[in-house]
Design a binder for this molecule. Structure first.
Ligand code: GN1
Ligand code: MG
Length: 372
């Protein structure tokens, strides 16, 4: 067995290496014929590895217990939703591929190391992840795939699915956490920190919009992916989407959070970590995305659903800016960073994107309501 490059260790920070198992030893729990282990992807939460074997390769992850307090709930949700989707994908002629759980050699759904870390494996789906779109037809393909996911999971209701991440996408909760963290800090901060503090106040009055829409019955919870950002859609060589991956946050939630999150990610010309000057919400991409999404899901969206689509894009963009900024203020304990200041820059970019969406909101609203 060999590992690529430097020998992978399980701890993203490189601290406490002695207390953590080597990744190739963990991989061996899931397959007896491991030939190579290398790090895969650039997720902000879990560390992910691609394991080559003499047979099919697979994906191995140590679930981040700083984020997922109940990692076994993540594993159970994954098993439930992929079983449902795989069954339906077969019936629908297999348009999209769905990862499935790979059990340990001993037949368990996951493996817990001596330090209590929970590891799970899933089938590897061959495809290319991108972080920026080159053409609007790629957005249409992503829209179709998310629409497919929403339509296929709609009749699953929330049976058996657990809330793996309490408070996820509850904006008033993120604001309360921000207030708590900011209260413990000196008032001044850097110019960029002060700018971000001002951005938080701009959207604060609207933060409870989706909680209110649920309370008055305009919208209600369905099954959502939770994290349908651009990098979680895999493309084939023809520009078609072959799969939607990263099902850690699947569960009961609002479609609006998925729609908003997917669009804030796909339509951002500058990308999440790039140059703030390049950040702009692209309308053509948004139109193409919604055409693809509606082709799969259109009939299941109510008038209220479509009316709230544009506010959803604004608020989820604000929410992510707020979450990055709060994490920067608390010392980068949630989102992985390569250097100090990265979460602050990510926050600045989301706030810049928020302004670009707000400036175009009248036209964006029409994208969702044009057939009425
Ligand atoms: C996190 O781990 P990753 O990159 O798939 C985060 C999402 C954010 C995203 C921003 C569980 O997802 O909510 O939108 O970063 N996931 C969690 O890149 O917090
Ligand atoms: Mg994720």
């Amino acid at each position: 067995m060999t590992t690529s490059g430097s020998r992978p260790t399980a701890d993203p920070t490189g601290k406490s290496r002695d207390a953590l198992p080597e990744v190739d030893a963990v991989a061996a729990r899931f397959a007896g014929d491991v030939v190579d282990v290398r790090e895969l992807g650039r997720g902000n939460i879990n560390r992910t590895y691609l394991v080559a074997t003499t047979g099919a390769p697979f994906v191995l992850q140590r679930l981040n217990q700083g984020v997922f307090a109940d990692p076994l709930a993540v594993v159970r949700n994954f098993a439930l939703v992929t079983a449902c989707l795989a069954e339906k994908a077969d019936h629908a002629g297999g348009r999209f591929r769905v990862p499935t759980l790979r059990k340990t050699e001993a037949g368990h759904d996951c493996w817990t190391d001596a330090g209590g870390g929970v590891w799970r494996a899933q089938t590897y789906i061959d495809g290319r992840a991108v972080s920026r779109l080159a053409r609007p037809d790629q957005a249409a393909a992503i829209g179709r795939c998310l629409g497919w996911f929403h339509r296929r999971t709609a009749d699953m209701r929330s049976e058996g699915l657990e809330v793996a991440l309490p408070g996820f996408h509850v904006l008033p909760g993120y604001l309360a956490e921000y207030d708590r963290v900011a209260a413990g800090r000196a008032v001044c901060g850097t110019a960029l920190e002060r700018q971000c503090m001002a951005e938080v106040e701009i959207m604060r009055p609207q933060a409870a919009l989706f909680q209110e829409a649920c309370a008055d019955g305009r919208i209600s919870a369905r099954i959502v992916h939770g994290d349908p950002k651009i990098e979680n859609f895999l493309f084939d060589g023809n520009g078609e989407v072959v799969s939607l991956i990263d099902l850690d946050t699947v569960g009961p939630g609002l479609l609006h959070h998925d729609i908003g999150d997917c669009l804030r990610s796909c339509c951002n010309r500058g990308g999440e970590g790039g140059d703030a000057a390049a950040v702009r919400f692209d309308l053509h991409t948004c139109r193409a995305w919604f055409a693809g999404y509606s082709a799969e899901m259109g009939g299941l969206l109510s008038r209220h659903d479509r009316e709230l689509a544009c506010p959803a894009i604004i608020l989820i963009t604000f929410e992510l800016g707020l979450r990055f900024f709060t994490d920067h203020l608390r010392g980068d304990t949630y989102f992985r960073v390569r250097r100090r200041g990265e979460n602050l820059e990510r926050a600045r970019n989301q706030f810049a994107l928020m302004h670009s969406i707000v400036e175009q909101q009248k036209i964006i609203r029409q994208v969702f309501l044009k057939d009425d």
